[in-house]
Design a protein around this ligand. Structure first.
Ligand SMILES: *[C@@H]1O[C@H](CO)[C@@H](O)[C@H](O)[C@H]1NC(C)=O
Ligand SMILES: *[C@@H]1O[C@H](CO)[C@@H](O)[C@H](O)[C@H]1NC(C)=O
Ligand SMILES: *[C@@H]1O[C@H](CO)[C@@H](O)[C@H](O)[C@H]1NC(C)=O
Ligand SMILES: *[C@@H]1O[C@H](CO)[C@@H](O)[C@H](O)[C@H]1NC(C)=O
Ligand SMILES: *[C@@H]1O[C@H](CO)[C@@H](O)[C@H](O)[C@H]1NC(C)=O
Ligand SMILES: *[C@@H]1O[C@H](CO)[C@@H](O)[C@H](O)[C@H]1NC(C)=O
Ligand SMILES: *[C@@H]1O[C@H](CO)[C@@H](O)[C@H](O)[C@H]1NC(C)=O
Ligand SMILES: *[C@@H]1O[C@H](CO)[C@@H](O)[C@H](O)[C@H]1NC(C)=O
Length: 418
């Protein structure tokens, strides 16, 4: 073989290798999920080998958490050594490897980290260094929430949203266009200085590739009644039940200046459980049809599936009871659904055509669960396609059962041939 042939062969191999590394395309649709390091081992583990890599183009390792020092991020609680393997696996599958910074319990220190020009510069350095060290393709900021109380002890400042933007502008200037920057956001736009949803967040669209709207936990154990965890729509609900939805969120965020093609819909592979006595659960106590928005017994939160704990201490040091979360696999495990994802014999089922979400009810245990299934994920996928959203991001990859949810939303959103 001549040198020239060898050389061109080497070049073409090099080209094929580098083309496996996803190059960010500002308009590439997003088929993503968060991967949680703390579920990689232990009960009902979801190891890296269980991820359906070929059905995603982005996986987001969770979480790197903020710390009291602007110079540090921590992977504590999220299996730090696993991140390296996660990135290698993603790379081998041509999937972009991102890390989410923050989360419900991990964003306590965002506010001070971006509060002053000095801290912003330091935090930009911290994040850029972290991304480089771990060879990441993207960072997903999961600040819950700027100028708004989330878990109960996250630092807050009136200037959070403006400071966040200044920080992102500086970060983008430092890392350039190649690192994908995104934010996981609530269904309402970031608060302004007076604590109301901001009217103009168009600056964020210039520095972020996209936002992922977390359209879940809209109703749960803290609500006044059993409602949809992840409503697609709520304008069709009664006024009292218009708490928010994908439809209301897209309306609010686009009105605040984020284009639809920079919005990814966050979708859940889990539902919330409630204790509902039979007289509340059925219309007219009939044992025929499940009632909409029934009252539940808030002092009797059911335990969710094997990933739930009957008690735990949160990031604020507060003792918490069960979360009551059922992943799709947990609903199968718990006897609510068959392995095909259909209601099991003896389980009552309701599909709410406004929120486009299902409910199951076990009359014996008096447990009702508001969740998502293949039908509701198909509705969400169609909405993504029809509205021109950028794609979907599922919390969390390990919650699905036999890809029932993932296959449904991919097909409906138009990722079928991906
Ligand atoms: C990690 O977090 C646990 C509590 O979740 C804490 O006890 C421990 O000290 C932390 N370790 C480090 C190195 O921060
Ligand atoms: C800046 O960061 C340092 C170190 O993390 C922190 O102690 C300080 O409070 C921050 N400044 C502000 C104004 O929040
Ligand atoms: C918010 O920013 C303004 C000016 O940009 C400043 O005057 C004010 O002190 C800041 N407020 C807080 C709470 O940091
Ligand atoms: C914050 O938003 C509220 C509601 O939209 C608005 O009335 C208020 O003027 C805004 N505050 C500032 C300082 O922009
Ligand atoms: C939401 O409900 C309204 C009726 O209130 C309807 O016009 C609209 O098409 C629905 N949107 C979706 C995406 O279901
Ligand atoms: C429940 O009872 C009301 C009043 O008796 C009746 O109008 C309604 O049709 C009943 N609904 C069902 C589903 O049986
Ligand atoms: C609610 O649950 C608590 C705790 O299990 C129980 O003591 C109470 O009787 C229940 N209330 C109703 C109205 O069922
Ligand atoms: C309903 O719950 C009871 C009590 O936990 C359990 O024994 C039963 O198997 C469940 N029913 C179905 C159909 O799964």
């Amino acid at each position: 073989m001549s040198f020239a042939v060898l050389f061109s062969l080497a070049l073409s191999i090099l080209h094929r290798l580098t083309s496996l590394v996803p190059t960010p395309d500002r308009n590439e649709p997003v088929a993503a999920a968060w991967y949680t390091g703390w579920h990689a081992s232990g009960t009902n583990a979801f190891p890296l080998s269980a991820v359906s890599w070929d059905k995603y183009n982005t996986l987001i390792y969770s979480f790197a958490i903020t710390t009291p020092s602007v110079n540090d991020l921590s992977l504590n609680g999220s299996d730090p050594p696993l991140l390296h393997h996660f990135v290698s696996k993603a790379r081998a599958h041509g999937v972009a490897a991102h890390v989410a910074i923050g989360g419900w319990g991990g964003g306590l220190w965002f506010s001070p980290n971006v509060a002053t020009p000095e801290n912003r510069t330091a935090f930009v350095k911290t994040v850029a260094k972290f991304a480089k060290k771990h060879k990441l393709n993207g960072i997903n900021f999961d600040w819950e929430f700027p100028n708004k109380q989330g878990i109960g002890c996250n630092a807050i400042s009136a200037n959070d949203t403006q400071n966040f933007l200044s920080f992102l502008q500086e970060l983008r200037a430092k890392v350039g266009p190649k690192l994908t920057l995104s934010a996981a956001v609530s269904i309402v736009p970031f608060n302004n200085v007076s604590g109301h949803p901001s009217k103009d967040l168009s600056g964020f669209a210039k520095v972020l590739d996209y936002i992922a709207i977390m359209d879940y936990d809209v109703w749960g154990g803290w609500s006044s009644a059993v409602g949809p965890n992840a409503p697609l729509n709520d304008t069709c609900a009664t006024h009292a039940n218009q708490v928010g939805s994908a439809v209301s969120a897209i309306k609010a965020w686009t009105a605040a200046g984020i284009p639809v093609n920079q919005i990814v819909l966050g979708v859940p592979s889990y539902g919330h459980s409630f204790s509902v006595p039979p007289p509340n659960a059925f219309i007219n106590g009939s044992e025929i049809e499940l009632a909409a928005y029934p009252k539940f017994n808030a002092s009797n939160q059911p335990l969710g599936n094997a990933w739930d704990d009957s008690s735990s201490v949160d990031a604020c040091g507060i003792l918490q009871g069960p979360g009551g979360t059922f992943n799709l696999w947990g609903l199968v495990d718990g006897g609510f659904l068959t392995t095909e994802g259909n209601p099991a014999p003896g389980i009552y089922y309701r599909y709410d055509t406004c929120s486009q979400t299902p409910y199951v009810y076990n009359e014996t245990s008096q447990v009702m669960v508001s969740f998502d299934n293949a039908r509701s994920f198909a509705a969400k996928g169609s909405y993504i396609r029809e509205t021109g959203l950028r794609g979907f991001a599922m919390w969390e990859a390990g919650g699905d059962y036999n890809n029932i949810l993932l296959d449904s939303i991919r097909t409906a959103a138009g990722f079928g041939g991906y």
